[in-house]
Design a protein around this ligand. Structure first.
Ligand SMILES: [Zn+2]
Length: 520
């Protein structure tokens, strides 16, 4: 018998037959079948049916179905507070929409949802095994979805010519009255102008940098010093050729807004990559120019082209996962100079502060390093699989026992909670009938409420535990999947590697620490 805790339920039965179901699963999914299953279920559980909602021939991928909308409408009107379907896919086939319904819409409207053959009952929270893996997939989808949405809304703003933030280019400040607009920073703009002048005078990047350093002209780093606390006093007062080059090639100085120059690899990895210039979002004349167009294009002619560099960047399997074990900064992979030449690793901190010798090279032949890491990852995976088998045999039995016991206790608690609620009702009626005094009522009420509170807390705690088991199980399942997939692949994909490895630390003495997402 369905646990109902004193509540009277008005049930909406929802039935859907989609065109996709037509030939394959006709028998089990037919309207009549769904209907008789649901009616039997409500009969067994003594539930009151408010109405039956049927969508015949509508796909489960969108929620634009007439009777489904009627169901939602009746929920809004408070006519039903329980929805029952045969299984979850009747509600919808799209994870995000269905998840929204189950996790947000129904609870917000105090609607209890039951998917009969999936054993899902939102009243019992997630104490069944089926909803958690579902949630896991769903959460993942949410994350992807949200990151996509943020990106596309940022892009929309970029296309409108709005500055979307980040550090303003050297020479500009964010407009105090309009955060999407840039205004000239006069002091910095003067330096930018000088750099262009020197370029037209025929000075090289290096010579310009040296000149400015000698004159003790403040560098961008010094202007942005609040962000540079950790590097304070290092190369901070020194101009370098790259900064000069970046300034001389930046179209922002002729008043055009150039954005989307970098992007994140994906929502899981924080690494930022430079975008291909063809993906830049450029809107002309959005802010005041510092350099006139003639000067700018004249300067472009004098800028040596970087032959081949960055053009065909190799996509390394371990890119973005490598860290310096000695200083903690990222380790990057040098690009191949020629087609068949080797790539090497280098500590970014070392490279940036070479003269100051703040770190060491951490140079390794990348291809060999990759081979070694894949080999050792394979060993870890094999090891994990073996251990997992033993664990499955021994520990899981124990865990199963715990789980069963906790589930039993949950059932008992639910009974108790119902009993206490009943008793509360009784004393309340007694009080109304003056069978007990106000004082007696207060005393008993307090006692009962205290008890109810304790039981409720214990109930929540157990539910949480059971949830944890289920989450852990689904996480293990996912990792198992990744590992098996990895072991079966001749050439592992980058996506799989990202899912298995958190980070790799490389030490100067060639020690390698691989941090994986599973217990080794
Ligand atoms: Zn380092």
């Amino acid at each position: 018998m369905l646990e109902s805790l004193n509540k009277i339920y008005n049930v909406g039965l929802y039935i859907r037959l989609s065109r996709e179901d037509d030939d394959k699963t006709e028998m089990s999914e037919s309207i009549t079948n769904q209907k008789s299953l649901l009616l039997q279920y409500v009969k067994e559980n003594n539930l009151r049916v408010y109405d039956i909602y049927i969508d015949d021939g509508y796909s489960g991928t969108n929620f634009d179905r007439p009777d489904f909308n009627r169901l939602l409408n009746d929920i809004e009107l408070g006519k039903i507070n329980m929805v029952i379907t045969k299984d979850m896919s009747r509600l919808g086939r799209d994870y995000i929409g269905t998840g929204n319904l189950i996790e947000k819409y129904f609870p917000e409207h105090n609607v209890r949802y039951i998917a009969v053959t999936d054993n899902i009952d939102t009243f019992l929270d997630s104490s069944n095994n089926d909803i958690a893996p579902f949630k896991a997939i769903m959460n993942d989808m949410y994350a992807k979805d949200i990151s996509k949405k943020i990106k596309s809304s940022l892009k929309a703003k970029m296309k409108e010519g709005k500055w979307v933030g980040g550090r303003t280019p050297f020479g500009y400040d964010q407009d105090k009255d309009n955060k999407n607009h840039l205004v000239v920073n006069i002091e910095q703009a003067y330096i930018v102008k000088r750099i262009f002048d020197m370029c037209l005078d025929g000075l090289s990047f290096f010579e310009i940098a040296k000149k400015l350093t000698n004159e003790k002209v403040k560098t961008p780093a010094q202007y942005y010093s609040f962000e540079w606390k950790s590097h304070y006093n290092l190369r901070y007062g020194e101009w370098n050729a790259k900064t000069i080059r970046d300034i001389l090639t930046n179209r922002m100085y002729i008043g055009d807004l150039v954005q989307n120059r970098r992007s994140k690899v994906n929502y899981k990895v924080k690494k930022v990559v430079k975008n291909n210039p063809k993906d830049y979002i450029v809107v002309e004349s959005t802010h005041e120019a510092i350099i006139d167009k003639n000067t700018f294009y004249e300067a472009q002619k004098r800028i040596p082209k970087n032959k081949g560099r960055n053009e065909k960047k190799d996509n390394h399997l371990l890119d973005g996962l490598l860290y310096c074990g000695d200083c903690g900064h990222r380790i990057s992979i040098t690009s191949r100079r020629k087609k068949d030449s080797r790539c090497y690793t280098i500590c970014n901190y070392y490279r940036t502060y070479m003269k100051q010798k703040l770190c060491t090279t951490h140079s390794n032949n990348y291809d060999e390093l990759e081979k070694a890491i894949i080999k050792s990852l394979t060993e870890m995976c094999l090891n994990y699989i073996n251990k997992d088998r033993i664990k499955n045999n021994v520990l899981n039995n124990l865990k199963e026992d715990n789980k069963t016991n906790e589930k039993k206790e949950i059932d008992l608690l639910m009974n108790d909670i119902k009993q206490i609620n009943d008793n509360l009702d009784i004393i309340y009626i007694d009080k109304l009938n003056k069978a007990i005094t106000e004082e007696q009522f207060e005393r008993v009420k307090m006692k009962l409420e205290q008890e109810l509170n304790n039981k409720q807390n214990r109930y929540n705690e157990l539910n949480h535990n059971v949830n944890e088991y289920v989450n852990e199980e689904s996480k293990n399942k996912m990792i198992n999947e990744y590992i098996n997939k990895f072991l079966s692949m001749k050439e592992p994909s980058r996506e799989l590697i990202i899912n298995l490895i958190d980070r790799i630390e490389i030490f100067e003495d060639k020690t390698i620490n691989i941090h994986v997402c599973f217990s080794k």
